[in-house]
Design a binder for this molecule. Sequence first.
Ligand code: WQD
Length: 341
Amino acid sequence: MSKKKILVTGGLGYIGSHTVVELMEAGYEVHIVDDLSNAEENVLDRIEQIVGSRPMFTELDLKNEQAVEALIAEGSFDAVVHFAASKSVGESAENPLLYYHNNLLGMVSLIAGMKKHGVSNIVFSSSCTVYGQPDVLPVTEQTPIKPAESPYGNTKKVGEDILRDSARAYEGIQAIALRYFNPIGAHSSSLIGERPKGVPNNLMPYLMQVATGEREVLSVFGDDYDTPDGTAVRDYIHVVDLAKAHVIAVERQLNGTQKESYEFFNLGSGSGYSVLEIIQSFEKVNGVKVNYKIADRRAGDIEKIYADNSYAKSELGWEAQLSLDDMMSSAWQWQQKLEQN
Ligand code: WQD
């Protein structure tokens, strides 16, 4: 039997590349499109080293509607996993149109191409950012959506709306949105991982650049939150666990077990950790000190959030397998390998 073919947009990025590996290891044929705006082409070599075969690759900006349509017309894809998007919260506040342009136009041209050429299935990279600061924790899928704190967050919310409306209106289109909590860690091979360009915005890459000595000190944004140690709490999830959830979501679509034309799931570990707990865990697991100082709260940050993952467990049969220790050690191994290159 020929392999099922999956189009992965943004497949050279952090979460995308890990998902490509899991899809290929599960027996799918993968075709990546990526505009290389925040990824390196040599990730293809890394994926090939891990999996033993090379995914197809087309350098393409999804906003180029004609090129997207041509690709889908020829691809005979069974499903699309859509990661390609800009993801810096701060940059989105400075340049909202860039974010609406990149994240929403790309998606519209993708769905239009799917509709035209009879591709039924799409899995979308959404975010727990759609919940804002929830009134009740943990967050279930019934927790109300809040107005987004940033244009980036809003593109995830509107992205979900576009999918839901399309799945409702167009016979044959079904969509699953996966709401990620905070993905960290790297593949056990240390061949792929997160590689931010410029000064990192997110906690783990910044922390690790302090641990290597590349940056002097990690600012802990706020220690006066209503949390056990005063620092903000998040639900950190190993990127490989997250990647595996995408394979399950694609399988759900392909084997016809998706129940509604549009579904959405929280993907978190179900546990909350504070910034100080992350620093302590990193130091303990890796035997490295992290120089940090307490700084002011970061604008737009929420106090605490973590997932109720029982719906993903019961419906998808998915739950996080890898521990916080695994996240800390794999991230550090990847970072050290990066330093050597
Ligand atoms: C985690 C915690 C910070 C950096 C953002 C997006 C979200 C998602 C992931 C992405 C917070 C604290 C951070 C630092 C710190 N989307 N921190 N010092 O803010 O939960 O989520 O990224 O693509 O939509 O909003 O993640 O890693 O930035 O922060 O103290 O130098 O670490 O305040 O409490 P966040 P993060």
